[in-house]
Design a protein around this ligand. Sequence first.
Ligand code: 6PG
Length: 239
Amino acid sequence: MLHLEVLDTPEAVTERALEVFLTTVQEAVQKQGRCSVALCGGSTPQALYAQLALRSGVPWAQVHFFFGDDRYVPHDHPNSNYRMVQEVLFSKAPIPLENIHPMPTGKTAAEDAQAYAATLADYFRPEPPRFDLILLGMGNDGHTASLFPGDESLEATGVVTVAHPRLSEEAIATAPVRLTFTFSTLNQAHKVLFLITGKAKQKILAQVLKGEGGFPAGRVRPLGELLFIIDRAASSASD
Ligand code: 6PG
């Protein structure tokens, strides 16, 4: 079931996302002693990560951070999602290093995708990877994680795959090669939370919410909860 929350401003989206994040962590830790979260890149979640860094009382020792996608660049590269989160969150909160699981780079993209799938398998064993929370954004072209329109990664059947943003010049410029969770991994999640703001997303988002247009973001239909928290500008009801 898809739940949609439309809030007035991007700030309100961040605030609500923070609440959902903290509740999810609390419930998962209470139930199973730990919580698995997959983060996304992009600009929208940065305020959430910054807010999280300021929170006290978060059971950081029990929260494990993974990445749903990353640009295939070194970890200190300006376009690395890991670098962004390291800067705004990991370096600022008392999160144990062993709880941070960045996507690897340094071999070949295919080998590193396999290595990350093995990291997930180790964490979730004996179950298949089933995240407590996956954060996602949506690009203006309807991509999510690094699952881009027109790329063969959309049909990948494994856990983590190599991806190419073939049709988006902007995304190609940021990183022509990426690693990403497949739909199958996204769709195993207990909870997927999309954070989407801004008028540029409005048209495609309206279709994604209706399951129309075949956009990658519209193919995320997890076994668990699917929650969209968006601002008024991104909502088609705002015209
Ligand atoms: C990335 C992403 C990507 C992002 C969307 C939305 O690495 O860029 O994980 O899927 O979430 O492009 O980005 P914005 O939040 O900047 O609109």
